[in-house]
Design a protein around this ligand. Sequence first.
Ligand code: DX5
Ligand code: ZN
Length: 230
Amino acid sequence: MPFDRSIKIAPSILSADFADFGREIAAIEAQGADWVHVDVMDGHFVPNLTFGPPLVRAIRKHVTTFMDVHLMIAPVDPFVEAFAEAGADLICAHVEAGPHIHRTLQAIRATGCKAGVALNPGTPAAVVEPLLDHCDMVLVMTVNPGFGGQNFIHSGIGKIRTIRAMIGDRPVHVQVDGGVTPETAPLVARAGADVLVAGSAVFRGGSVETPGPYGENIRAIRAAAEGTYV
Ligand code: DX5
Ligand code: ZN
């Protein structure tokens, strides 16, 4: 997929029905999702557990857009190949997950996947500066990772602006994850984010039987981010 900085909405399936991922993914894509964001948690790097490569492989068959795999695990390197083989388009690793994020990004790119680097709210923007020629995306967390439905942490806005300026002309996306709603979307978009992850704000009010609200929610976030406020 060619690089572009238009606003992309990436629903997090952390807020989907875990017993029905196939139909949930079909529903959000039919309702306008640009990417599908998959949250992998290990109960060690973050205080929650989700799923591993076999489930990611199973849901891959249902994704027709772009599958973005957010690894909240430590260590990362022993699992990179398994997530690549499971069909990730992009694998994102946290800078806090180990001492060798540069090596991790090399390992991700060596599989043919795009590589992302994620920063927790307590991590300063400057750490990504040496990594910008070695990644395709920087993820600025605006909640402490582990759970959906938390409140947006506003210090992420300045960090997005700093990172966006550091990126300059490089083909690197800025993704934001955590507490993204129609209220916070304009703040992050104006600061320079182009990929907006949203879990609870996309899935609220809808279901696979009644997917209309997914579309309304996605359109509301997109419109807010694009500044049209319709
Ligand atoms: C949090 C995850 C997020 C989460 C976002 O650890 O990385 O992707 O699903 O959920 P909301 O949008 O509800 O904050
Ligand atoms: Zn995430």
